[in-house]
Design a protein. Structure first.
Length: 235
């Protein structure tokens, strides 16, 4: 488990050893050592609770930087999580957001909500299957999957075997780009997920640990994209 690449990290210079994160960690991954918090990588599930409750901002999520990563690909596809749209008050048309994403440097946008609809349809069919172990656990959340792996391994057989919406969206977006732009090679295309959750970063970095090869090249912070969009949407 120690080879697992985490997205949640600790800034010791900000940590006061107050024990707040220790008390709230669901997997008891945090201890206070020499007056500072210490995260046990073997127990951490990147849920981000410690980030939310740390008053000193000593915990942070490590996302890819928009200005650096976009330059590495000729054709850039954004995969916005559905929660992105909810950040804008009185948003009358999502096309404003979709166009804003193109204005900040993406060549195409594939909404993850479309893939989520496919997963929902499959789930309804799957639940009707005779003989499947119940209760059925959705496989979309990497926090839940890692928690089961670490603490509740007997529940593994209850996990529905389907890729999360993010991965399905990435696959479909890549296929569409290759079809519409035959002049491009697969390595020319970058697929980037706009994530509200640090666990999704770990999902991409540790794809083989979850049993697949991810089509997502990197994850961007929803907050970074939000402020970039604001400047473009107001212009």
């Amino acid at each position: 488990m120690n080879s697992y690449e985490h997205s949640v990290s600790l800034d010791l210079s900000r940590c006061t050893g107050c024990t707040t994160c220790l008390k709230h960690c669901p997997t008891e991954a945090i201890r206070i050592v020499d007056g500072h918090a210490k995260i046990n990588p073997g127990r951490c599930i990147d849920c981000g609770i410690c980030i939310k409750i740390c008053q000193n901002k000593a915990k942070k999520a490590t996302y890819s930087r928009l200005d650096k990563v976009l330059k590495t690909k000729k054709y850039k596809i954004a995969l916005p999580a559905p929660t992105l749209y909810g950040q804008f008050e009185d948003l009358e048309d999502v096309d404003y957001v979709l166009q804003g994403l193109k204005d900040i440097g993406f060549d195409d946008v594939y909404e993850v909500s479309k893939a989520a609809e496919l997963v929902s349809a499959y789930t309804r069919t799957y639940l009707k299957t005779v003989g499947i172990p119940k209760p059925v656990i959705n496989s979309a959340c990497p926090v839940v999957l890692r928690l089961i792996s670490l603490r509740y391994p007997t529940l593994k057989e209850h996990i529905m075997q389907i890729l999360p919406p993010m991965e399905i969206a990435a696959k479909l977006a890549l296929e569409r780009a290759m079809k519409e732009h035959p002049e491009l090679k697969s390595e020319d295309i970058g697929v980037f997920f706009i994530s509200p959750c640090p666990a999704k970063i770990s999902y991409v970095k540790n794809d083989k640990a979850f049993g697949y090869d991810s089509n997502v090249d990197a994850c961007f912070s929803l907050s970074e994209i939000y402020f970039e969009l604001l400047s473009k949407m107001k212009a």
